[in-house]
Design a protein around this ligand. Structure first.
Ligand code: GLC
Length: 445
C-alpha cells in the first residue's frame, strides 16, 4: 500500500518524539493540541519509557498520581504547568479549592480509562532489576487500588460490577458516535455558548473537530459537575450523561488482573480485587453482550438501553480476556467484515464501515488509532488468531513509519484516502510509545 505522501519514521525519530514531549517529570501527548499530562496517555507513555529511560518511566507514573484526589479519583488531565493553548483549563473545572481535590497540581474533575494496573504489570517485566522499582511499586500499588475502589464505590450505583462514565471525555473515545443520541436530546436551555473560547478548532483543521454545538454540551456537563461540587451521588441521580462503556470496563478488568498479579508478588491480600473482577467479568458478558448480533455494546443508564452502534471498543473484552472462545470467534467475524475489510484498507477502523455514522476522517468515528490496534493485537494473539494479529501489527507500524507519528489515520485504500493520511495531532506520544512496545516486547499481555 503506497500513498502519494510518504516519509520514513525510524525508531530514533520515535524516541526523539518522546524526548521532545518530555516536560521535566511527565510527557505531553502532543505540543500543539494537548499541552498537559493526560491520564491514559501517561500509562502508554510510561510503558515505552520502561524500555528507554527507566527513571523517567517511574516519574511519569508518579506525576500522574500527584493529581489523584483523596477519594481515589484519578483525573483525566493534570495541569502541571499553565498553558494558554487549551480549553477548558482549570478556570472551567474549578477544582483547586474543592475539598479533597489534589493539593499539588490543578486537575480536571473527571477521569479516563483505568490502564495503570496492566501497564505496571508490563513495566514490571523490564523494571524488576532496577534497584528503585520495588520501592516504587510498593508506593504506587495502593494508589492504583484506591482508584479502582473509587470506581466501584462511587460509579456503580446499582452494585452491578460495571462502572459508569459521566462525560464523553472519560471514555477516551471522545468523539465516538456512541454519545450522539445523548447530546442530541440533552436539554441545553441553560447551557452557555463557548465557541469563542475554543482553541482546538484553531490549532487543527476545524472540519475534523467536534462542532460548537457539541462543545456547548461538553462544557454544560462540566458546569453541572461544578454546581454540585463534583458530588458523585448527585451526578448519578441527575446528570444527563451516564454510560456503562465497554472499553472503560474492559480496561478496569484488565487492570484488575494486573493488580492481582502484582499484589501477589508484593505478598499482599488481593481478595478484594479478585471479587471485583469476578463480578465485572460476569456483568460484561451479561449486560454488554448481544447474542443476536454477537457483539458487545455500551449501556446507557439514563435511558436504560443498550447503545446499538458497532465501534472498536466492542473488541476490548478480547484484550481483557473476558470473552469465551465462541464470543471471540463472533467478534473476529465482525472485525474482518466491518472493521478491516480487505488488504487494501488499513486495520482497524474505530467505527464499523457499515454504521451510518462511520466517517474516515473524524476522530473516533472511523480513523485507525494505534492504542486500540495494540490492544486488539494482544487480544487476538491470546485467543489464537495469530495471522489477523500480525496484520494489525503490520498495518499499525506501517502507518507510523510511512505517514508520520500522528494521533489517528485515514483507514481507506490508496486512491480513496485523503492525501495526508495522518490526522489530528502530530508528533503524538502514544503512537510512538506503542510502536516501541511492538518492537521491544514480544510477550502477549
Ligand atoms: C484525545 C483522545 C483522548 C486522549 C487525548 C490526549 O482527546 O480522544 O483519548 O487521551 O486526546 O491524547
Amino acid at each position: 500500500m503506497i500513498d502519494a505522501i510518504e516519509q520514513h519514521t525510524s525508531i530514533e525519530d520515535l524516541k526523539n518524539i518522546l524526548d521532545k514531549n518530555w516536560r521535566d517529570g511527565y510527557t505531553i501527548p502532543s505540543a500543539r493540541l494537548y499541552p498537559f499530562q493526560w491520564n491514559w496517555d501517561a500509562g502508554f507513555i510510561a510503558l515505552a519509557l520502561s524500555y528507554t529511560n527507566q527513571h523517567r518511566a517511574m516519574q511519569e507514573v508518579d506525576f500522574m498520581f500527584k493529581s489523584q484526589w483523596d477519594n481515589g479519583m484519578l483525573p483525566h488531565i493534570a495541569f502541571h504547568q499553565p498553558n494558554e493553548n487549551y480549553f477548558p483549563g482549570p478556570e472551567v473545572w474549578k477544582t483547586d479549592n474543592l475539598k479533597g481535590s489534589a493539593k499539588l497540581v490543578s486537575t480536571t474533575g473527571i477521569t479516563q480509562p483505568p490502564v495503570f494496573g496492566f501497564i505496571l504489570k508490563r513495566m514490571h517485566q523490564q523494571m524488576q532489576s532496577n534497584p528503585n522499582w520495588q520501592g516504587f511499586l510498593e508506593k504506587i500499588f495502593p494508589k492504583v487500588v484506591a482508584f479502582h475502589r473509587y470506581l466501584y464505590q462511587h460509579r456503580d450505583p446499582h452494585q452491578e460490577g460495571l462502572v459508569y462514565i459521566q462525560h464523553n471525555w472519560e471514555s477516551g473515545t471522545d468523539n465516538s458516535p456512541l454519545w450522539d443520541h445523548i447530546f442530541e436530546t440533552m436539554d441545553v436551555s441553560k447551557a452557555r455558548d463557548v465557541s469563542h473560547l475554543r482553541k482546538d478548532n484553531k490549532l487543527v483543521d476545524a472540519s475534523e473537530r467536534p462542532t460548537n454545538e457539541n462543545y456547548k454540551r461538553y462544557i454544560h456537563l462540566i458546569d453541572l459537575f461544578v454546581a454540585c461540587g463534583y458530588d458523585d451521588a448527585t451526578i448519578a441521580e441527575t446528570s444527563p450523561f451516564l454510560v456503562q462503556d465497554v472499553l472503560f470496563n474492559s480496561m478496569l478488568v484488565k487492570s484488575n488482573f494486573g493488580l492481582i498479579e502484582l499484589g501477589k508478588y508484593l505478598n499482599l491480600d488481593v481478595t478484594e480485587i479478585e471479587n471485583w473482577n469476578k463480578k465485572s467479568i460476569q456483568a460484561i458478558n451479561d449486560k454488554f453482550w448481544d447474542e443476536t448480533s454477537g457483539f458487545y455494546y455500551a449501556f446507557d443508564l439514563r435511558s436504560n438501553k443498550r447503545i446499538p452502534i458497532k465501534v472498536s471498543s466492542g473488541f476490548m473484552p478480547l484484550f481483557a480476556g473476558v470473552a469465551s472462545s465462541e464470543q471471540a470467534a463472533s467478534l473476529v467475524k465482525h472485525l474482518t467484515q466491518s472493521f478491516m475489510k480487505n488488504d487494501a484498507w488499513f486495520a482497524c477502523a474505530s467505527c464499523a464501515f457499515d454504521e451510518p455514522s462511520f466517517n474516515p476522517l473524524k476522530y473516533w468515528r472511523g480513523p485507525v488509532w494505534i492504542n486500540v490496534n495494540w490492544m486488539i493485537y494482544h487480544g487476538l494473539k491470546k485467543y489464537g488468531f495469530p495471522d489477523m494479529a500480525s496484520r494489525i501489527k503490520k498495518d499499525s507500524m506501517e502507518l507510523v513509519e510511512r505517514h508520520g507519528c500522528f494521533e489517528y489515520f485515514d483507514p481507506r485504500p490508496v486512491g480513496e484516502a485523503q492525501e495526508k493520511r495522518g490526522i489530528g495531532a502530530d508528533l503524538f506520544s502514544w503512537s510512538a510509545a506503542l510502536y516501541l512496545d511492538f518492537v521491544y516486547n514480544k510477550e502477549i499481555l
